[in-house]
Design a protein around this ligand. Structure first.
Ligand code: HEM
Length: 201
């Protein structure tokens, strides 16, 4: 699994969803402005004080997991939901569908970060309804790094720029292309308008 690919894909999905949901963009920007202010970028120590940013990142990975399938090799004969799985069978776990299961999430197709505030903010390896980084011994070792990268990049893109989409009112988040991670059917032609330059004296 290429960590750069998957992290870049998640950042792009985040920008698409935030551009499509100006109300959520506004709440996130207000949180960032109140915690980080407007004369510097986010520091690692700010992360716990930015619960809405954390919720946005988690929600992006739920709706648009850059690795939509997990792969395992069955090491013994077993039965799952009445299906016989023979030893040596390659098993694919459809994480994309799992994380859009209406039995686990109300209105699963909706981008509603506030749902991840409160109790749901702490995800553990055995929360099998939330698996963007897989689970168990082969779970993603880069999960913490990827989460911090996601927070820092989304924070900077929201804090420093306003975003305009060309020729379309909304970015198309439902159409997906072929391929494993970062599979976008169409490019996202959008323009950043500088709001704040952290590198200016
Ligand atoms: C948003 C970003 C990322 C996502 C969504 C992601 C997701 C995943 C998933 C689903 C797996 C398979 C887990 C399983 O089968 O249970 C995986 C494996 C892996 N990931 Fe990531 N990953 C991300 C970023 C990174 C980064 C930044 C690194 C390294 C710095 C990394 C390194 C790895 C490695 C080495 C494996 C293979 C682990 C093994 O097979 O034992 N990933 N990742």
């Amino acid at each position: 699994m290429a960590g750069v690919d998957t992290t870049a894909a998640a950042i792009r999905w985040a920008m698409e969803e935030l551009i499509n949901h100006p109300n959520i963009f506004k709440i996130l920007r207000e949180e960032i402005d109140s915690v980080v202010g407007n004369n510097r970028l986010i520091k690692e120590s700010d992360e716990p004080k930015l619960p809405y940013l954390q919720a946005v990142a988690k929600k992006i990975l739920r709706l648009h997991p850059p690795s939509p399938f997990l792969r395992r090799l069955s090491n013994k004969d077993s039965k799952i939901n009445g299906f016989d799985i023979q030893k040596g069978t390659r098993v694919f776990i459809n994480v994309y569908m799992l994380m859009r299961d209406p039995n686990c999430y109300k209105e699963p197709e909706k981008f509603m970060p506030k749902r991840f505030l409160g109790n749901c903010t702490k995800m553990k390896g055995r929360d099998f309804h939330y698996l963007p980084f897989g689970s168990g011994r082969r779970g993603c070792p880069g999960a913490s790094l990827a989460t911090s990268l996601l927070h820092a990049t989304i924070e900077a893109l929201v804090q420093c720029f306003d975003w305009k989409v060309k020729d379309r009112e909304k970015a198309d988040t439902e159409a997906t292309g072929t391929g494993y991670s970062g599979a976008f059917a169409s490019p996202l032609p959008c323009y950043p308008i500088t709001r704040f330059d952290p590198f200016q004296e």
